[in-house]
Design a protein around this ligand. Sequence first.
Ligand SMILES: *[C@@H]1O[C@H](CO)[C@@H](O)[C@H](O)[C@H]1NC(C)=O
Ligand SMILES: *[C@@H]1O[C@H](CO)[C@@H](O)[C@H](O)[C@H]1NC(C)=O
Ligand SMILES: *[C@@H]1O[C@H](CO)[C@@H](O)[C@H](O)[C@H]1NC(C)=O
Ligand SMILES: *[C@@H]1O[C@H](CO)[C@@H](O)[C@H](O)[C@H]1NC(C)=O
Ligand SMILES: *[C@@H]1O[C@H](CO)[C@@H](O)[C@H](O)[C@H]1NC(C)=O
Ligand SMILES: *[C@@H]1O[C@H](CO)[C@@H](O)[C@H](O)[C@H]1NC(C)=O
Ligand SMILES: *[C@@H]1O[C@H](CO)[C@@H](O)[C@H](O)[C@H]1NC(C)=O
Ligand SMILES: *[C@@H]1O[C@H](CO)[C@@H](O)[C@H](O)[C@H]1NC(C)=O
Ligand SMILES: *[C@@H]1O[C@H](CO)[C@@H](O)[C@H](O)[C@H]1NC(C)=O
Ligand SMILES: *[C@@H]1O[C@H](CO)[C@@H](O)[C@H](O)[C@H]1NC(C)=O
Ligand SMILES: *[C@@H]1O[C@H](CO)[C@@H](O)[C@H](O)[C@H]1NC(C)=O
Ligand SMILES: *[C@@H]1O[C@H](CO)[C@@H](O)[C@H](O)[C@H]1NC(C)=O
Length: 633
Amino acid sequence: MRPGCVAYLCLGLAIGIAQAIRNGTSSEPVTLTVAREGGNKSSPLLFGVMFEEMDHSGDGGIHGQLLQNNGFQGTSLGMTSYAPVGNTEISQDTLNPVSDAITSSLKVSVPDNATEYVGFANTGYMGIPVMNHTYKSSFWMNGKYSGTINLKLIGSQSGIVYADHNLTVESTDSAFKQFKTSFNSSASPNGDNEWHLTLDGSKAAGSSLNFGYIQLFPPTYQDRENGLRDDLATVLSRVNSTFLRFPGGNNIEGLEIDTRWKWNTTIGPLVDRPGRESDWFYPNTDALGLDEYLWWCEDMKMAPLLAVWAGKSYGGIVSGSDLDPFVEDIMNEMEYLFGSEETQYGKMRVQNGRKEPWKIDYVEIGNEDDLTGGCDTYPDRFTQIYNAIHDKYPNIALVASNGNYSCLPPALPENVIIDLHLYRQPDDFVALFNQFDNQPRNQSVMVGEYGCRNTSSALGDYWSFMQGSCSEAVYMIGMERNSDIVQMAAYAPLLEHFGFISWSPTMYGFNSSPESITPSTSYYVQKMFSSNKGNTVLPVNSTADFGPLYWVATKTDSKYYVKLANYASDEQNVTVSIPKTESGRLEMLSGSQNEGNQPYNVTVLPVTTKLKGDHGNYSVTMAPWAVAVLVAM
Ligand SMILES: *[C@@H]1O[C@H](CO)[C@@H](O)[C@H](O)[C@H]1NC(C)=O
Ligand SMILES: *[C@@H]1O[C@H](CO)[C@@H](O)[C@H](O)[C@H]1NC(C)=O
Ligand SMILES: *[C@@H]1O[C@H](CO)[C@@H](O)[C@H](O)[C@H]1NC(C)=O
Ligand SMILES: *[C@@H]1O[C@H](CO)[C@@H](O)[C@H](O)[C@H]1NC(C)=O
Ligand SMILES: *[C@@H]1O[C@H](CO)[C@@H](O)[C@H](O)[C@H]1NC(C)=O
Ligand SMILES: *[C@@H]1O[C@H](CO)[C@@H](O)[C@H](O)[C@H]1NC(C)=O
Ligand SMILES: *[C@@H]1O[C@H](CO)[C@@H](O)[C@H](O)[C@H]1NC(C)=O
Ligand SMILES: *[C@@H]1O[C@H](CO)[C@@H](O)[C@H](O)[C@H]1NC(C)=O
Ligand SMILES: *[C@@H]1O[C@H](CO)[C@@H](O)[C@H](O)[C@H]1NC(C)=O
Ligand SMILES: *[C@@H]1O[C@H](CO)[C@@H](O)[C@H](O)[C@H]1NC(C)=O
Ligand SMILES: *[C@@H]1O[C@H](CO)[C@@H](O)[C@H](O)[C@H]1NC(C)=O
Ligand SMILES: *[C@@H]1O[C@H](CO)[C@@H](O)[C@H](O)[C@H]1NC(C)=O
């Protein structure tokens, strides 16, 4: 995903747009009669999400670690986020690396006449969320010092101290040593906070000490070590997404071949992960690495869809026999994920804390290879990688990174899924409602990225708004009606830190201050659709054509789910008839056309009402631009 490189529709999928978008001025009541059987199976994985490190969605986002530039990784940050505390000088020191991977440390020079505590501050990702929580903190240290280290969480402007904690350390100048501690904090009313590390200047006067790879964690999701921020992860877990597509997206590709996402530099001890300058022009720490993504999926019961690097970066492409070593690298990655303890890479996985092989049923080969110069070589690159993986792991479903048949092998192997990406304006999404209706049923599709954007502005719409989210719902209804071929659909992107936006809107956002977590209107559409999905799509008879009202009905056993979207500025009365059911629950999201949720002002929320069925008939008034789910039994 990148302005200007949005994948268009695939050639193979001819699009017949049956009906114009009707804006429903008459609002004749519509009756929908849901059949009790007779439909197609729907894909159990249909509604998922896509994650890549962008907008500080990972570092400073859903990954728990709160201090920025904590290992001086990448090439763009310099001394960002650091400041001296007390009478001292601090600098980035490349002569004292913490490890082979973490090639700089922070030098704290203590003056001869120091008597007070001195040290340094880290201001986090535009501040630090300081809550009434237990925090874990750690740092590496090199230099002769025996005494107290003081850690604080403190208001940057206010000077209010929220946490004040001493630990006693014994460090030498022969090697870096790691110290870990935890402490409680009280809550700060705002995000304008920093972390301080100071030492007793009188014990170090005239000397210098080096600190490196500092970390600060609030409570993590399911208490995982090096885990996700509990508050941000919990908001995602409520969506009930069925799968996670990661780690990219553009961010797997690399601005250059050598700065691609390299799986084997994202595993093992954090201090051995070098990080990289990412595709979104800031360093990735890779603390959220291959295993962390997979723990995330497991903890949230999402199926992982892992992308592997397939030879394309923005700065160059590797193909032909030059790709062979990279194919071997992919096979090493597969062995790391699936190999037994007896294999070279399987053993590494076990050492890194995961005994059982990971369970991954879907692997995507590359990203958007129809774009940025990838088209010509992708058929061969795809085939090389497909053959290698499929030979050894025939049960993994492989995904081609685009749906443009001139960029794919002439005959795709059976069971390959093609991946379409769509960022569209609202009317355009609605026009694509029937995109999949008349497709051959033997070519499975994934919509690996989609989301409503106002592409007339370079940054897109800053916030999701009701008309846009309603258009996504219309498109999702179209996908669910066809989920015999549409296997998976991932809303994108997931998350943005409001202070670091290079692409918006996202499903939800946040910054360092309390109550900043903001679910968009699209978040609620995703949540309603993912949480209410039957395993069979049912035929529906109706008294009107699709537009401006759209619907799909599914069921599992005797539980029926009817999804509705009213893409119009008038309300629409609907009678939904589901014979032999008695009562229903109606969840509806509505708001005015341009209304959206904004930080500290979440105004559009789903409202749930109970409905009593009159002989299986339910009366629903769809507000303008409303999206609803009726669940009846
Ligand atoms: C498919 O790729 C070809 C080659 O790059 C390009 O000319 C064509 O416009 C693409 N088709 C679509 C629908 O994007
Ligand atoms: C429907 O309304 C939208 C604005 O909400 C407008 O852009 C579109 O052209 C209208 N379509 C028709 C068919 O009138
Ligand atoms: C839908 O309409 C068809 C054709 O009129 C009819 O055969 C079928 O029984 C109807 N289904 C339901 C559930 O009413
Ligand atoms: C089931 O799939 C067929 C196409 O194979 C389609 O014609 C039919 O409408 C689908 N049924 C439902 C209920 O969506
Ligand atoms: C330490 O010495 C410097 C000048 O070398 C002076 O500016 C500073 O005030 C002194 N600090 C203390 C705590 O005496
Ligand atoms: C802080 O959290 C503890 C434990 O959850 C709770 O008992 C206490 O009331 C909280 N204090 C404040 C100021 O919120
Ligand atoms: C930390 O140690 C210093 C020096 O002994 C002491 O003055 C300070 O009160 C201690 N702080 C805490 C929170 O224990
Ligand atoms: C920190 O808070 C937890 C509960 O939130 C409590 O169990 C623990 O005793 C506290 N630790 C300290 C050192 O106060
Ligand atoms: C990662 O794999 C590449 C290619 O196989 C290899 O050259 C490199 O040394 C490996 N890096 C680490 C840290 O193991
Ligand atoms: C959705 O997630 C919530 C919270 O994680 C869980 O309680 C609920 O059972 C899930 N619902 C479905 C339909 O999976
Ligand atoms: C929808 O039904 C309600 C009463 O059930 C009525 O007040 C309203 O006028 C109807 N709206 C339309 C557009 O017909
Ligand atoms: C909150 O949003 C609503 C609806 O968009 C708007 O009317 C209101 O002015 C906003 N309030 C604040 C404090 O921004």
